[in-house]
Write a protein that binds this ligand. Sequence first.
Ligand SMILES: [Zn+2]
Length: 238
Amino acid sequence: MKMKRMAAVLLLLLLCGCGAAAPVEEACPVSREPELPPSPAGYVALTFDDGPSRHTERLLDGLAERGVQATFFLLGSRLEGSEALVQRMKAEGHQIGNHSYSHKELGAMTDKAATEDLARCDLALCTLLGEGDYWVRPPYGSMGSGLPAQLDVPVVLWSVDPEDWACQNADAVTHHILSRIRDGDIVLLHDCYDSTVDAALRTVDALQERGIQPVTVEQLAALRGKTAQSGAVFLRFP
Ligand SMILES: [Zn+2]
């Protein structure tokens, strides 16, 4: 339909010679809808903090096999030496976010010091991957109440937390997630544990069997009509 309409507009322009007056929107329709598979049972976002690590590559391999994109909140201090891995993440369609440079508790710092730490990570991501909107997840979910309004990207928290870092048990993490997860949830995980990689891939398999599609946080926000504006803090997308 769009091609036919475009052809008709072009033909009209040729006939009347009035190209300068053509409305750009009409001649070049642009769809901003994310290209996602139909998913009647819903969408969720799996997020991974504290990477990249030596376990991240196996996670990327498993996600690629399953055709799934996730969100990685990276530490600026861990980018050096993992440049190719992070570039692969971007090339495979994963969302990459900012988990600070130093992994300090931002809520215990002044907002000025916190924004400087986040800016240092943002600069490292821009240098490696190019300019972009690198959404923020503060370490430990800790931040001053005024911090989100000082950022020009959303802050992403979570609604399901299996505490994978504490138990480091793939069965327990998988069970925790699958017994709680609902459409619109954001799951907190850490790709620096072998057990988490196992749990994440098992979780993806089980979700897909339920007809629930894991997507990036940005895709989930777009599906729910949420705009990525300054001051936004996302816990889940009901
Ligand atoms: Zn962290």
